[in-house]
Design a binder for this molecule. Structure first.
Ligand SMILES: Nc1ncnc2c1ncn2[C@@H]1O[C@H](COP(=O)(O)OP(=O)(O)OP(=O)(O)O)[C@@H](O)[C@H]1O
Ligand SMILES: [Mg+2]
Length: 504
């Protein structure tokens, strides 16, 4: 409209100009004075903004800004006193359309902090690493509630100099994996044999066989077929004959023995660190296998790291109990408590680099977080999404904080609800697929127009709900945190979930 009006004015040599106000919200519509019209506060505010906008400029209100700030470049105005509006409000001037968006994206930094506290915990894990370097195996259990920093602590441990000499393998259990036999071990073996989503069953089988053969050349015929069974890889020829007729407990025993032999072989060249992430979601078979593997720590330089939410252990419980009773001498338990008030303040300071963030406001945020770093990060993200200016104004921040929902789940859902509907749909589909999803899969599942898909994915990345990574040349997305995926999954109505799942 603006462009056309200005062009028309120029053509006709007219002194004609346009100023625009836009606001978003509920309106009432009806006939008034013989004219079909819209009324209500939203319309009034738009009209006030229009009158404040200098000629040729477009001012939008806060709710329009939130809904469209990914699509346009804006500059905030000073708070404006508007007629019949109680508090001064900030308007946003539209600077441009799409062309500027990407530059701004790159400039913006993620919400992330260096490690705060946890020195004692890290120190304990360091002991385990030193013992491992001396050839002594062990078990480290990292336990704590959701979001307290278990995965972070393990990442910090693996980044230590003392961990560099070891082979590190991760086995991740999934929230949806309780009925998927051996899924964390499949994850571990895939990483080890460098099997990717590109590999079909035959290719995967070949890679696995080659990897086993490299480690256990003499025993490959006895080990590979059973490891392949664990991986659900179909066998042919002599390998198929090797497993023919073996079932039930006998099969299980041979699978266990093969995994055991393989891990022992791996630990012969370098010490081995096996990280079992999110053990609370392990399936029964994996828990049983892991239990059986624990005694390897007495025989070889193998450090088994169990990472779990202690209060949700389920299939993982017997594993932890076995570690406590049978291997007490080799077990090191690290229990994460909430951060102290002081640490919370430190973390907050690292996350929000604003010098004059008032003490009362800091106190309020820390108190809300209950010492949970994930929650603290989420609160900061949520506030930044609301209005990056909020941090500069105590009152605005206090208002915003009051509106911050109480639990992590509510907080995440409220962030989702603020997304445009196409991005909401996308993130729900993604949550049904799992913690991570290759671009190819989400593309196939949604069947969306590529540009729209890219746009929504980018939006989710920017909101730090997911992040992009490249795994063996393939572009893939992962949820920034298991809780985000879980909450979206749980928060999506079952019917919707089924419909989503049905589309692939
Ligand atoms: N001590 C810390 N200092 C700075 N950031 C931290 C600290 N602890 C955790 N964080 C950050 O908080 C977030 C949550 O931590 P993390 O993912 O490790 O939690 P978790 O205990 O593994 O949760 P879950 O049980 O859901 O897997 C991460 O972004 C992490 O980087
Ligand atoms: Mg974790």
């Amino acid at each position: 409209m603006r462009t056309r009006v200005l062009r028309f004015a120029e053509q006709e040599k007219l002194e004609l100009n346009i100023h625009t106000g836009v606001h978003t919200g509920k309106v009432a519509v009806g006939i008034q004075g013989g004219i079909y019209d819209a009324f209500g506060n939203t319309v009034n505010l738009a009209s006030r903004l229009e009158s404040k906008a200098p000629s040729g400029r477009i001012y939008v209100g806060p709710s329009t800004y939130h809904a469209t700030r990914d699509d346009f470049e804006y500059r905030a105005t000073k708070p404006l006193d508007l007629k019949n509006v109680k508090k001064p409000i900030r308007a946003y001037e539209v600077l441009s359309g799409h062309e500027q968006v990407y530059r701004r994206l790159r400039e913006r930094e993620g919400v992330h902090s260096g490690l705060v506290g946890r020195q004692a915990e890290l120190g304990k894990l360091l002991q385990a690493l030193r013992a491992l370097a001396d050839g002594r195996g062990g078990i480290a259990a990292v336990l704590g509630d959701a979001g307290l920093g278990k995965s972070r602590l393990v990442a910090e441990m693996l980044a230590l100099e003392e961990a560099k000499g070891a082979t590190r393998l991760e086995a991740r259990s999934l929230a949806i994996g309780k009925d998927l036999p051996f899924h964390p071990f499949q994850d571990l073996l895939k990483r080890w044999a460098e099997i990717t989503v590109e590999d079909d069953e035959t290719a995967a089988g070949r890679k696995l066989e080659a990897a086993v053969a490299a480690r256990l050349p003499a025993e490959v015929g006895d080990v590979f077929p059973f490891v392949a069974r664990l991986m659900n890889i179909r066998l042919t020829g002599s390998h198929a004959e090797r497993v023919a007729g073996i079932a039930g407990e006998a099969l299980e025993a041979l699978i266990f023995k093969s995994v055991r032999d393989l891990l022992l072989a791996l630990s012969r060249t370098r010490p081995l660190i096996l990280v079992f992430e999110d053990l609370h979601w392990a399936d029964e078979s994996s828990a049983k296998l892991l239990h059986a593997l624990l005694r390897l720590v007495l025989e070889a330089p193998i450090l088994v790291v169990l990472v779990a939410r202690a209060d949700q252990l389920q299939n993982g419980r017997p594993v932890l109990e076995a570690a406590r009773t049978e291997f007490a001498a080799r077990l090191l338990e690290v229990r994460l408590d909430p951060l102290t008030g002081k640490q919370c303040h430190q973390l907050l300071e690292n996350l929000v680099q604003i010098d004059h963030l008032p003490q009362t406001v800091r106190g309020l945020i820390c108190e809300r977080s209950g010492g949970n770093p994930f929650y603290l990060e989420e609160v900061v993200r949520s506030l930044m999404e609301d209005d990056s200016e909020a941090f500069r104004h105590v009152e605005a921040l206090e208002d915003a904080l009051r509106a911050v929902p109480g639990t992590i789940q509510e907080l995440i859902m409220s962030r989702i609800e603020r997304l445009p509907s196409s991005a909401q749909d996308l993130v729900q589909i993604a949550a049904v697929i799992g913690k991570s999803f290759p671009y190819r899969v989400i593309d196939a599942v949604t069947g969306r127009e590529p540009r729209q898909l890219e746009w929504d994915l980018r939006r989710l990345v920017r909101r730090e709900l997911i992040k992009r990574q490249t795994v063996q040349g393939e572009s893939e997305y992962v949820f920034t945190h298991a809780l985000v995926q879980e909450t979206i999954y749980e928060g999506t109505a079952k019917e919707t979930r089924l419909a989503r799942a049905g589309c692939w």
